[in-house]
Design a protein around this ligand. Structure first.
Ligand code: ARG
Length: 458
């Protein structure tokens, strides 16, 4: 590369540190697209001859084709993908190629390319999330009538429907999708035309190139536009939260697949064996997903730390915002897609889940609610139900294993406790009596599934 005022070449170690081709190769298709839009705009404004713009676009198409065929080798000596593309273009078409950089800087160029990449990836991730939600909703549909323990503190708490549990994740992933589209909407302003920092003396039409690239508008301040990587922070932050959600799901699948729980059988295609213990079926995929959350959180911290304290406008520090963005979106995409396949093939052990309801006094709240509904203040009802649980524990039976007389006795001869108490000691009834918005009663869950399906099919 000609180095303007410089006489010497960049020292090899400095060149290595400076070069971004190892990762910004991802920007190549967007760089080509951006350059074509720029060249056409220059011609439309009479800044470049139309013949030059035609040559540029044809030449760029050739560069793209060479790239697709694996023939274009990016030279780290040329620093980044932008210089590589321009150099190859100029080799192919000569002077017209050397005119492409009129009214443009690599600073607005890279901001534009990176936004186009981020928008593309956010769209792909949004699609992948919908597939994941679909897989969860499908399992929910199959398990409307599967009862299982709901947990707090990882202790059996109250019975729920498995569908209700799965739909909790659908809510999380739906919010993740909303965060991504919200970030994408804000990212949809084109920085192209902001120049190095102070725009350009040429009479460019920024709206024209923005429109050609699919942006819905243009940025409003050139200094901000070349130094802004908020869009990367927002998308990586959405990825980080998505990964936190995936890690919770991953953790539950790991736990549920243990012999101790035995609630789920993960599909073989998503498990691996042990090199020494022939009986093992290891849940590597949810384990990795659980761990990769940490990696994406690291990307977010790296990104914020690069931006912190940066003076306006462009600084080479900004080159370091690229890798965390690539890593976060690529990791989130791979994890989302793999978890979709895993979930679609997961088999839940319905009888085992049902049996888990028999131990742990999951219906103790029903007893308290029964008494409170008959007028006993809830605190006293809670204490009475607690005494009944203690008696059952001492006797080594579940609540339903006590006679009504024993229950009454344990609760200090509480006359409010009638023979009909046995009717509330039923897991299915306990779930269906929770018939409020957001609750696990059958009707509510069936409605929630229909709503999720409607939203996903829109
Ligand atoms: N590779 C650079 C980056 O990622 C492109 C912009 C270079 N601009 C500059 N003034 N050196 O940020």
């Amino acid at each position: 590369m000609r180095r303007g005022r410089f006489e010497s070449k960049l020292a090899p170690d400095a060149a290595d540190l400076n070069a971004s081709v190892a990762f910004d190769r991802r920007l190549l298709p967007y760089d080509i697209e951006g350059s074509k839009a720029h060249a056409r705009m220059l011609a439309a404004q009479g800044i470049l001859p139309v013949a030059d713009a035609d040559q540029i676009c044809a030449g760029l198409d050739q560069v793209q084709a060479e790239w697709a065929r694996g023939e274009l080798v990016l030279d780290p000596q040329l620093e980044d993908v932008h210089m590589n593309v321009e150099q190859r273009l100029t080799e192919i078409i000569g002077d017209a190629g050397a005119r492409l950089h009129t009214a443009r800087s690599r600073n607005d160029q890279v901001a534009t390319d990176l936004k186009l990449y981020a928008l593309d990836q956010a769209g792909k991730l949004g699609d992948a999330l919908r597939m994941l939600e679909r897989a969860l909703v499908e399992q929910a549909r199959a398990h409307v009538d599967t009862l299982c323990p709901g947990y707090t503190h990882l202790q059996r708490a109250q019975p729920v429907r498995l569908a209700h549990h799965l739909l909790a994740y659908v809510e999380m992933f739906a919010r993740d999708g909303e965060r991504l589209s919200d970030a994408a909407r804000r990212a949809g302003l084109s920085p192209l035309g902001s120049g190095a920092l102070a725009a350009t003396t040429f009479p460019i039409d920024r709206e024209m190139s923005a429109k050609a690239l699919g942006f819905h508008g243009v940025t409003r301040n050139s200094l901000d536009a070349v130094g802004d990587r908020d869009f990367a922070v927002e998308i990586v932050s959405a990825c980080a939260l998505l990964m936190a959600h995936l890690s919770r799901l991953g953790e539950e699948l790991v736990l549920w697949a243990t012999q101790e729980f035995g609630f789920v059988h993960l599909p073989e295609a998503y498990c691996s064996g042990s090199s020494i213990m022939p009986q093992k079926v290891n849940p590597d995929v949810p384990e990795l997903v659980r761990a990769k959350a940490g990696r994406v959180f690291g990307d977010l911290v790296a990104l914020l730390t690069v931006l912190k304290g940066l003076p306006l406008a462009y600084n080479k520090d900004l080159q370091e915002t690229q890798e965390p963005l690539y890593d976060a979106v690529e990791t989130a995409l791979a994890c989302t897609r793999t978890m979709t396949g895993l979930l679609a093939g997961a088999r839940f052990d319905v009888p085992r889940m049902r049996r888990a309801l028999d131990e742990g006094h999951l219906l103790a709240t029903e007893v308290a609610d029964y008494l409170a509904a008959r007028g006993l203040p809830f605190r006293q009802a809670h204490a009475a139900a607690g005494a009944i649980v203690r008696r059952a524990t001492e006797r080594g039976v579940d609540l339903a294993g006590l006679s009504v007389a024993e229950m009454r006795d344990a609760a200090g001869g509480l006359a409010l406790l009638g023979d009909d108490i046995v009717q509330v000691l039923d897991a299915g009834r306990a779930v269906d009596r929770r018939d409020v918005i957001g609750g696990p009663a059958r009707g509510r869950v069936v409605e929630a599934i229909a709503q999720a399906e409607f939203r996903l099919n829109r």
